[in-house]
Design a protein around this ligand. Structure first.
Ligand code: SAM
Length: 276
């Protein structure tokens, strides 16, 4: 696999583009484990973001019924088209953040780290069964951090409102060519059952996490402008903000259900409007 990859790189004189996060996997075991984790069968339709030179795509195509691979770099699309004729792979040229995604039930990718956040949020808007994704380690740790942890952030809250997430493997820099500056990790994402998913007001979550170490009451007051509460109105609602559920907790200790309770009180009191 490694030889095949480097022979393509030499053949096409490919200089990896850092701006596109082109760090290619060169350790077959990692690819194998991720494909195993996806539990693929003929009935699966897999979405891959950033196939690169196809080392993962090839394995996915052997096990799944259909693979869609979205790649932004035209040179890479041309190489894949020239070199491979996988009957069940459809290459989509474009920016995965912008193009509409086809229907799929599994996602397996070694993500370009620049787009980790928009891709994750876009993924959570889709119906799917399981995703096995390689992220930058620090991002992965934030995704799985629990309320009260030092890494717990807006990302952790928004992801865990919708899905169960698990960091299943750390990957060193040497598993990629060229070597990235940071370590990586594999995260498995499974959506929660529909009736357990919590839809949160993103604006409120942003307002709260501007001040993640403050108490809820204090964070709401400091970010009141983000909720459309001007200085004059803040005087009127000060007491109300002091008495929302969990007002004395620190923002980074709040789980999704607790934020929902705060949101509902603010909505009942007319502080925040209909869900955007
Ligand atoms: N899957 C390959 C592997 O594991 O060796 C390549 C992974 S590499 C980390 C990321 C790939 O995503 C590159 O091929 C890069 O060109 C592509 N890419 C970067 N930004 C993208 C975007 N916005 N949309 C789609 N693909 C993108």
């Amino acid at each position: 696999m490694r030889d095949e990859l480097f022979s393509l790189i030499y053949k096409y004189n490919l200089r990896p583009n850092r701006d596109l996060g082109q760090n290619f996997l060169i350790v077959p075991d990692i690819i194998e484990r991720n494909v195993e984790r996806a539990e693929l069968s003929e009935r699966d339709v897999v979405l891959e973001i950033g196939p690169g030179l196809g080392v993962l795509t090839k394995e996915l195509a052997e096990r799944a019924g259909k693979v869609y691979a979205i790649e932004k770099d035209r040179r890479i699309i041309e190489i894949l088209r020239k070199e491979y004729a996988w009957p069940n792979v459809e290459l989509i040229e474009g920016d995965a953040v912008k193009v509409e995604w086809p229907e799929f039930n599994k996602m397996v990718s070694n993500l370009p780290y620049q787009i980790s956040s928009p891709v994750t949020f876009k993924l959570l808007k889709h119906e799917f069964e399981r995703a096995v994704l390689i992220y930058q380690l620090e991002f992965a740790e934030r995704m799985v951090a629990r309320p009260g942890d030092k890494n717990y952030s807006r990302l952790s809250l928004m992801v865990q409102a919708k899905a169960n997430v698990e960091l299943v493997e750390r990957i060193g820099k040497g598993a990629f060519w060229p070597r990235p500056k940071v370590d990586s990790a594999v995260v498995v994402i499974e959506p929660k059952p529909r009736d357990e998913r919590i839809e949160l007001d993103e604006n409120l979550v942003k307002a709260l996490f501007q001040h993640r170490r403050s108490t809820v009451a204090s964070a709401l007051k400091k970010s009141a402008h983000m909720l459309g509460v001007d200085k004059r109105k803040l005087k009127e609602v000060r007491n109300l903000l002091n008495s929302v559920p969990h007002s004395g907790k620190r923002v980074f200790q709040l789980g999704p259900a607790e934020v929902k309770e705060i949101e509902e009180r603010l909505r009942d009191e007319g502080i925040i409007g209909a869900l955007h």
